[in-house]
Design a protein around this ligand. Structure first.
Ligand SMILES: *Cc1c(COP(=O)(O)O)cnc(C)c1O
Length: 358
């Protein structure tokens, strides 16, 4: 006898990247930003009047919504602030999925999507990327044939780092009848020379939702702050019905405003990550790994002859370096390595050259 709903009993939970308590470990496993957040955050915290904590926060985070919507030329009602982008994922599924509705994800992809879809008793449709991590050309038609209600594209893509161009995204928005959820957790790291402005798509496509986070580009993973952008018709039920009444706390709202306003700091932060990304990519290629061009704050190192890298991961761990490893048929030959500080990256490269077997 169990009280647990059968489909919850059947499913497996999300596997987190390791968060060790040992601070001497070099953590290149969960795509945190190695550089500190805006100094205006410290000022905010130093000046925080504890009396503000006595009161409930602004229920819809209206100041932050206005700040973000103004920046992108949207209506404030086209922005919903969430407790991390992960809450945004859950809210989309809670709001739009009936039992047995179909969610499309890429294989490989961000595995939380499958977990949240299963919580909602939805079905999963997998769009398998090619060996060089491209989307199949007929993806939109394929989604439609499988009656996809919510199709998810992480762009730039995790865990490959690949950036799908505007045409590919347009084809998906246009070519299928369901919602296209663009998870842009890593958008801040895209090289401005290749970036397209996805928020422009919102005026054109009422079925597109964009999800972003302060965790990666703003160095605020501990804060838990994300946001959804899209048509009012899609966001209204989230803002006023499915969201928890006070889903984002007062301190998080204040700190996110500080971070979002400090454009120079943000620009400098992501630029440093991009420079290190270039250096790390070249060095890993020199060691013999295949490394797809990344527009994120991590790179994917693929063993050139597709041998498992499980042992390399273990050796790195013995040297107190954590990287992410997915023991699945598509990724068992890959290391996903977060871009660290120059110093961390140097230690990683030196250790990798000693322990890798290519
Ligand atoms: C990190 C990440 C998120 C979650 O962001 P949070 O705001 O920390 O919840 C969502 N999607 C992808 C693809 C991510 O990598």
């Amino acid at each position: 006898m169990t009280f647990v709903r059968p489909h919850i009993q059947r499913m497996e939970g999300y596997t987190y990247g390791e968060q060790p308590s040992d601070r001497t470990i070099i953590k290149l496993n969960t795509n945190e930003n190695p550089y500190p957040p805006s100094p205006s955050i410290k000022q905010f915290l130093d000046g925080l009047d504890l009396a503000t904590l006595r009161l409930y926060p602004d229920p819809t985070a209206s100041t932050l919504r206005s700040l973000i919507s103004e920046h992108y030329g949207l209506n404030p009602d086209q922005v919903v602030i969430t407790n991390g982008a992960d809450e945004g994922i859950r809210l989309v599924m809670t709001t739009f999925l009936e039992q047995s509705d179909v969610v499309a994800v890429t294989e490989p992809g961000y595995t939380l999507y499958e977990v949240v879809a299963k919580i909602h008793n939805a079905r999963i449709h997998r769009t398998v990327l090619s060996t060089d991590w491209q989307l199949p050309a007929n993806s939109a038609r394929d989604w439609d044939e499988h009656k996809v209600k919510v199709g998810v594209i992480v762009n730039p893509h995790a865990p490959t780092g690949r950036y799908f161009d505007e045409n590919e995204i347009r084809k998906l928005a246009e070519g299928h009848k369901g919602i296209l959820l663009l998870d842009e957790a890593y958008i801040d790291f895209v090289d401005p020379a290749v970036a397209f402005d996805s928020t422009q798509l919102l005026a054109e496509f009422p079925n597109v939702l964009i999800l972003r986070t302060f965790s990666k580009g703003y160095s605020l993973a501990g804060l838990r702050l994300g946001y959804l952008m899209g048509a009012i018709e899609l966001l209204d039920p989230i803002l006023f019905k499915t969201r928890d009444s006070y889903n984002v706390d007062a301190i998080a709202q204040g700190l996110a405003q500080c971070a979002f306003r400090d454009k120079p700091h943000h620009r400098q932060n992501v630029e440093r990550v991009r420079n290190e990304r270039t250096r790390l990519t070249n060095a890993a290629r020199q060691l013999g790994y295949r490394v797809p061009d990344s527009e994120t704050n991590f790179i994917l190192l693929e063993h050139p002859s597709h041998q498992s890298v499980a042992d390399t991961v273990k050796c790195l761990r013995d040297h107190k370096i954590l990287v992410r490893y997915f023991n699945t048929p598509t990724l068992q030959h890959c290391l996903r390595v977060t871009i660290g500080t120059a110093e961390q990256n140097n230690i990683f490269l030196k250790t990798l050259s000693k322990v890798s077997v290519i």
